[in-house]
Write a protein that binds this ligand. Structure first.
Ligand code: ATP
Length: 305
């Protein structure tokens, strides 16, 4: 298949007087693990509910594998699995029976069910009625269900909700494995920045119904240089020279005696020139990058301010 697995263009949503989405654009390529980030009320669930076909957008389009959702819902949604909020199951039936029924409906290999129950750590409870499962167990079963067969795109709304740290770790492993071994593409929303940083290779940040940043995580973070750690022939003299000229770079020495300054890639030419002019040329310059958390806060507060 060529082109993006999921393409969202100009998505708008009004709930009465609430303007929840204000023109969302996003695009996900096959094999990506895409993290959809945003503070509370930003519009993540609304976007996912529209993609899942649970609610209608006020304007804009959603295309899955190049097929517009409104034009041909059935064909567009082939191979799409969504898990939004707490998944529902037949409470009197066991986890295994629920998944086997689902596999039959999805025309998937029922053997897949045991592999997935094991992968989400539910083998021990697989024959118990789902009505007695905890929230975290239902969440795991929901994720297993979303992976039955060979879905093309799995959309998960806050998949780590209700999971303990060990289960989160397992879930990350499972998602990576499904992508690497079976080519499944993932679109998942999360508040958990650390988790997204560990798991996703692409991110979109949404704030007040607008995308404020989108791209490969590595690229976004490499744009997010916040300063430099510099070693020169004489770091103290270099700090004095910079301080005399540009206090805004906040030249300072760290406990190891290295010179630290604030700044981004646009600071580099000035930095080189000034250090050479001061007779303290740089021997090493290491960029200091922002964490995803810092980047996220900058992006979301920037729009508010
Ligand atoms: P959270 O991280 O808190 O789940 P979110 O990013 O998923 O937030 P949404 O649930 O999509 O955000 O909400 C976006 C905006 O739309 C919010 O202002 C919310 O109050 C509003 N909203 C969502 N659902 C409805 C609804 N059914 N009726 C009215 N307003 C709604």
């Amino acid at each position: 298949m060529s082109g993006p697995v999921l393409e969202v263009r100009g998505l708008e949503k009004h709930y009465g007087t609430v303007h929840a989405l204000r023109g969302i654009d996003l695009s996900i390529d096959e094999g990506a693990i895409y993290g959809f980030l945003g503070p509370n009320g930003a519009g993540k669930t609304t976007t996912i509910r529209i993609i899942a076909g649970l609610i209608q957008a006020t304007a804009g389009s959603v295309a899955l594998g190049g097929i517009d959702l409104r034009e041909d819902r059935i064909r567009a949604a082939t191979g799409l699995r969504t898990l939004v909020e707490v998944p529902s199951f037949y409470p009197a039936m066991s986890g295994r029976t629920n998944l086997k029924l689902f596999a039959r409906l999805a025309k998937a290999d029922p053997k897949d069910v045991d592999r997935l129950l094991d992968a989400v750590g539910l083998t021990h409870a697989a024959d118990r009625a789902v009505g007695g499962y905890s929230l975290g167990m239902r969440q795991r079963l929901g994720i297993a269900q979303a992976l039955v067969g060979k879905p093309r795109l799995v959309v998960l709304d806050e998949p780590m909700n209700g999971l303990d740290p060990a289960a989160m770790h397992e879930m990350r492993r499972l998602i990576r494995e499904e992508r690497d071994q079976r080519g499944v593409t993932f679109f998942l929303s999360s508040h958990l920045l650390h988790d997204v940083e560990l798991l996703c290779d692409e991110v979109g940040i949404i704030h007040e119904g607008r995308m404020v940043a989108e791209g490969r995580l590595k690229t976004l973070l490499s744009q997010a240089i916040s300063g430099f750690r510099i070693t020169t022939v004489n770091n103290e003299a270099a700090a004095t020279a910079l301080r005399a000229d540009r206090m805004d770079l906040k030249p300072r020495l760290d406990p190891d005696g290295a010179l630290l300054i604030d700044g981004d890639e646009t600071t580099l030419p000035y930095l080189h020139r000034t250090l050479v002019d001061a007779g303290t040329p740089a021997i090493e310059i290491i960029p200091l990058r922002e964490s995803l958390e810092r980047y996220f806060l900058d992006k979301t507060e920037g729009v508010m301010g």
